[in-house]
Design a protein around this ligand. Structure first.
Ligand SMILES: Nc1ncnc2c1ncn2[C@@H]1O[C@H](COP(=O)(O)OP(=O)(O)O)[C@@H](O)[C@H]1O
Ligand SMILES: [Mg+2]
Length: 308
């Protein structure tokens, strides 16, 4: 067994009612790293996470999670993994303190009171410890959920869209904490839709239609996709986008604020197509694609196996 890998799974498959949700998925996550798991809704992220922590049995495939067999040792995995589900799953009518105390009891933790209080301190929840969970804002709820996932000192955190609908400052604080945990040696696998969060991960994987399409650092993924991107400013970029999208070599024309990103795989064809548009008021500059450009391209080039 390779101790440098917190997650090492191969050929995972899972179907629901004969419809594949996860297809031949292999995933390697190094101990201590923050690994981002990206992909559109319904692409199989939650299903994968549930297979990793032993909550769901794959139809086929195998592997280990923090050294335990995902098929036969799910009880051990649950004891050493902190799982934060996609929806807030704590008791809204209990206070922060009561929720954590209850979970500590479930885990049968010794020195419960100290642990709960230390956790409350670590996550900056002390001033609110007597507030009802149901009355907390999204950001504080998510902090409480993280605190709950950390109570039993897990080696690995599986966080399923932990910051969905949370305000930017709270998201930043949350990510600072994940980095702090990473420095302590705790591994995190986190699914997200936010590109700024993807950029805060050490490595990433992108999944679409149940297929893991690409894995690597953000830079590796950008390089691998071999996408050529031009940035356009000035003029009516919405109108320009409408004109460009149907032309040869243009895979996508996506607006980011006042800049239009025009991308394609065939650099020569793309250059030829855009040449007539490289006139005032438009200012064109060749640039590196960003992660979002790359992910849009990856999905566009992948077929949904469920719809032929
Ligand atoms: N318990 C289930 N029963 C039936 N279908 C499911 C179940 N869980 C997930 N699915 C289906 O599997 C696919 C992947 O879902 P999911 O893993 O939740 O994706 P994601 O988390 O990326 O949004 C979807 O088509 C979803 O409808
Ligand atoms: Mg999900």
């Amino acid at each position: 067994m390779d101790n440098s890998l917190a997650i090492d799974v191969h050929n995972l498959n899972k179907s629901f009612d004969h419809i594949p949700a996860v297809i031949n998925l292999a995933l390697q996550v190094k101990t201590g790293e923050i690994f981002g798991f990206l992909g559109p809704n319904g692409s199989g992220k939650t299903t994968t996470i549930r297979m990793l922590c032993g909550l769901l049995t794959p139809d086929s495939g195998d592997g280990q999670c923090i050294g335990y067999d995902i098929l036969t040792q799910s009880n051990e995995i649950k004891l050493h993994v902190g799982y934060m589900t996609q929806r807030f799953s704590l008791y809204e009518d209990l206070t922060i303190y009561e929720n954590l105390n209850f979970i500590a009891e479930l885990y049968g933790l010794s020195d419960r009171k100290q642990r709960v209080l230390k956790n409350i301190e670590d996550l900056g929840l002390f001033d609110r410890k007597d507030q009802l969970a149901g009355a907390l804002s999204g950001g504080w709820k998510q902090r409480l959920a993280l605190s709950a996932a950390l109570l039993h000192d897990p080696q690995l955190l599986l966080l399923d869209e932990p910051t969905a609908g949370v305000d930017p400052q709270a998201r930043r604080d949350f990510w600072d904490h994940i980095h702090h945990l990473s420095n302590l040696g705790i591994t995190t696998l986190v699914s997200t839709h936010y590109m700024d969060e993807a950029e805060r991960c050490h490595r990433l994987a992108y999944i679409a239609y149940g297929h893991l399409l690409v894995t690597g650092t953000a830079q590796e993924i950008i390089d691998q996709t071999k996408l050529t991107t031009w940035n356009v400013r000035g003029g009516n970029i919405g109108e320009l986008a409408d004109q460009l999208v149907h032309l040869p070599g243009v895979e996508q024309a996506a607006a980011f604020g006042n800049t239009l990103h025009v991308s394609g795989k065939d650099a020569t064809l793309l250059s030829k197509t855009i040449a007539p548009f490289q006139v005032a008021p438009y200012q064109w500059t060749r640039s590196e694609p960003n992660l979002e450009d790359v992910f849009i391209s990856l999905v566009a080039n992948t077929k949904d196996p469920r719809h032929g």
